[in-house]
Design a binder for this molecule. Structure first.
Ligand code: BGC
Length: 375
């Protein structure tokens, strides 16, 4: 009897030892991250899934601070640019690392629009134009945060009537969820008491080799969009919806980002590289795959799903090696890419684009999923 018990005990110990516990990644210390902004406490929250994927998010701007993703051999790297402390973000040249963006993602021409016969003048912060919600966009506010479980963080912010020039009190609720399918899911909801433009997005700078590990020109990109919206020299859409067919904007078949980025093309010159909105074939009807990025050496893959009609593909053309982030790594020119799900830039001034106006009786609901795998 005793021998049998011992046998089972040993079997149990063996079985336990063989179960692959998710690897712990070297996350940042939440107790040394924060501080205060506008008299509100800035904190760092850690979400983990059953596979060991880990994301840290701060309520200052709703920023994704680090995101640990496995490669084809199960080795984890942090694939987003950012800083180990609040001070890093406050002193950065690039102000949108990992942030939530609102009230309006991307540009509104001349910082103004007409809605129901009234002219609204917005804060101007990008030449003569309004970019990413203005001087104090949602990237610069401290959100109220509730961690509802190991995988989920709820962020909310009430943007007051008139903020950065926008009409209406806008209540915004954003949920970040890390699923056991290795998806970072961002769910945006908003309601207003006056009609207002709303276009919320997320601005992580991704490098699937790892943050600070060179540029992203070797990443292979696929975008599920047959049209894009060409821009003028100030990166405001001209209003044209142009076919990608036969152009450097055709990413319908997987193509290395660097393959054509240096081509003699007026649109690439305006953007200093890719910095354009693609019109997704899904048309924003329901949740669809919008883009897929593969990093051939690590084998990491990121797929983006959204219910939005557009996606901004930006190749970090304004990064210039001026920012030194986590682990003392310098972030070089084109050292990361952004894939921002969205309504089209300057929609409030482009009646032919899908409307980005939210009315008081409606609820805004936008979804963006960054799904990671490796092969
Ligand atoms: C825009 C770029 C801008 C960048 C700021 C992107 O979403 O499209 O033009 O420079 O954000 O980091």
């Amino acid at each position: 009897m005793k021998t049998i018990n011992l046998f089972f005990l040993m079997l149990l110990i063996l079985a336990f030892a063989c179960t692959k516990a998710p690897r712990q990644v070297p996350v940042m210390d939440a107790s040394t991250f924060g501080g205060q902004v506008d008299g509100k406490k800035v904190e760092l929250f850690t979400l983990r899934n059953a596979k060991g994927m880990t994301v840290q998010i701060t309520n200052y701007g709703g920023r994704v601070v680090d995101l640990w993703v496995p490669d084809k051999n199960g080795n984890f790297s942090d694939v987003v640019l950012g800083y180990p402390t609040l001070n890093g973000y406050l002193n950065s040249h690039e102000i949108y690392f990992g942030t939530l963006i609102g009230r309006y993602g991307n540009r509104i021409g001349k910082g103004q629009f007409i809605l129901n016969d009234s002219v609204y003048k917005l804060a101007v912060n990008n030449g003569p134009n309004h970019l990413h919600g203005g001087i104090k966009g949602f990237n610069n506010v401290v959100w109220d945060a509730v961690r509802s479980d190991d995988n989920t963080l709820l962020l909310s912010y009430l943007s007051p009537d008139g903020e950065e020039g926008y009409p209406g009190n806008l209540q915004v609720n954003v949920t970040y969820e890390l699923t056991d399918n290795n998806e970072l899911k961002i769910d945006y909801k908003a309601t207003t008491d006056k009609p207002t433009p709303v276009n919320l997005t997320h601005h992580s700078y991704f490098n699937l080799k790892g943050a600070g590990e060179g540029d992203i020109l070797d990443h292979v990109m696929q975008i599920y969009g047959s049209y894009y919206t060409p821009v003028d020299s100030g990166l405001i859409p001209t209003g044209e919806i142009a076919s990608v067919e036969g152009t450097v904007f055709d990413f319908r078949t997987p193509t290395a980002i660097g393959a054509r980025i240096g081509d003699d093309n007026q649109q690439l010159k305006y953007g200093l590289g890719y910095d354009h909105n693609w019109v997704l074939d899904s048309n924003g009807d329901s949740l669809h795959k919008a883009a897929k990025v593969v990093e051939p050496v690590s084998g990491r893959i990121m797929e983006v799903y959204t219910n939005e009609p557009g996606i901004q593909f930006y190749t970090g053309n304004f990064l210039a090696g001026k920012d030194t982030g986590k682990n003392g790594k310098v972030y070089p020119y084109r050292g990361a890419l952004c894939l921002e799900t969205q309504h089209f830039p300057d929609s409030p001034n482009k009646p032919a684009f899908p409307s980005a106006i939210l009315d008081p009786e409606e609820e805004y609901h936008s979804i963006c999923i960054y799904k990671f795998s490796a092969e």
